[in-house]
Design a binder for this molecule. Structure first.
Ligand SMILES: [Zn+2]
Length: 299
């Protein structure tokens, strides 16, 4: 294709990554959503220019829409997302120009949607857990491998004209939720959408613990941009908009969330840490809801 590519690797220093993009003259960037966000909001990253970056490909199992919107605003480019995991051989599906779901790699993977509780195949177009079977792999074939991702197949044909099956955006992994006292379930995807729209927030860690009176306490540790400081009031308003938080605080099952800001300049870890959760859907004593790093499995 006569295209030059630079493999940068995990972003430990957003400023250095932004300088590299500027000097290399990159028109297309592929990366992990929170790391690309850190680069884009860096003082050099914001100056790269709207006419420079033409497209972004964000790659994880679940890309928060709030991050994609922020990146569109900063660089004025098209933002594509990619779905996959290591077990799939990284690539599972990718968006086309229609930006309306992932076209699946059907020549290599056979994807089905099942009821996560019964294992039965869902009716066409109904949301359920994605399972896949590898069709061409010789080394470690997988049969109906359960991803834990909840999504549905799109029945309608795609405006781009492709006949490859399309999967709707995953709602997030099933186990990444914690059951709060009055029955409400708090999902990482809800926290992502509520918090990543806040200016100056680059990532966060959420933790739910049990207080001495038996109620739950949500603690959010915010990692902020070097240039910008998220407003505490905005954080609290964003958290109140989440139904499970609002209802449980009102019912006395959840204390008012505690938000703290991390002032460290260099906070991005370079390892391939995954989001972790303990036993799913159960009231935890100390439940790490989310790690600093997003899930790297598709990278
Ligand atoms: Zn398409």
């Amino acid at each position: 294709m006569n295209v030059d590519a630079l493999v940068y690797g995990p972003v430990a220093d957003p400023h250095h990554a932004a300088e590299t993009i500027a000097s290399f003259g990159a028109h297309c960037i592929i990366g992990i959503p929170t790391q690309v966000l850190a680069v884009a909001t860096d003082r050099t990253g914001t100056k790269i220019g709207k006419d420079r970056i033409e497209s972004l490909l964000l790659t994880t199992d679940y890309v928060p829409k709030a991050i994609a919107e922020t990146l569109k605003k900063i660089w004025g480019c098209r933002v594509y997302t990619h779905y996959g995991m290591t077990e799939m051989g990284f690539g599972g599906g990718v968006e086309c120009d229609a930006l309306d779901g992932y076209h699946l790699r059907e020549a290599d993977l056979y994807c089905e949607v099942i009821d996560p509780d019964t294992g039965e195949i869902c009716s066409e177009g109904i949301s359920g857990e994605i399972v896949f079977t590898t069709l061409t792999r010789q080394g470690m074939p997988l049969i109906r491998y359960r991803t834990g991702d909840i999504a549905r197949m799109i029945i309608e044909s795609c405006p781009c004209g492709s006949h490859l099956k399309r999967m709707e955006y995953a709602e997030g992994r099933r186990e990444r939720a914690v059951c709060l006292g009055s029955g409400g379930v708090l999902k990482i995807s809800e926290l992502d959408e509520a918090l990543f729209g806040i200016q100056g927030l680059l990532d966060y860690r959420a933790n739910v613990s049990t207080a001495s009176d038996g109620s739950f306490q949500l603690h959010i540790d915010v990692h902020r941009s070097e240039n910008d400081w998220p407003i505490h009031g905005d954080m609290m308003k964003a958290l109140e908009r989440i139904g499970a938080i609002r209802q449980n605080v009102a019912a006395g099952c959840l204390k008012t969330p505690i938000v703290q800001f991390n002032m460290e300049g260099r906070w991005i870890t370079t390892g391939a840490a995954k989001r972790k959760s303990s036993s799913p859907m159960t009231p935890p004593s100390e439940f790490l809801l989310k790690q600093l790093n997003r899930d790297h499995r598709s990278c």
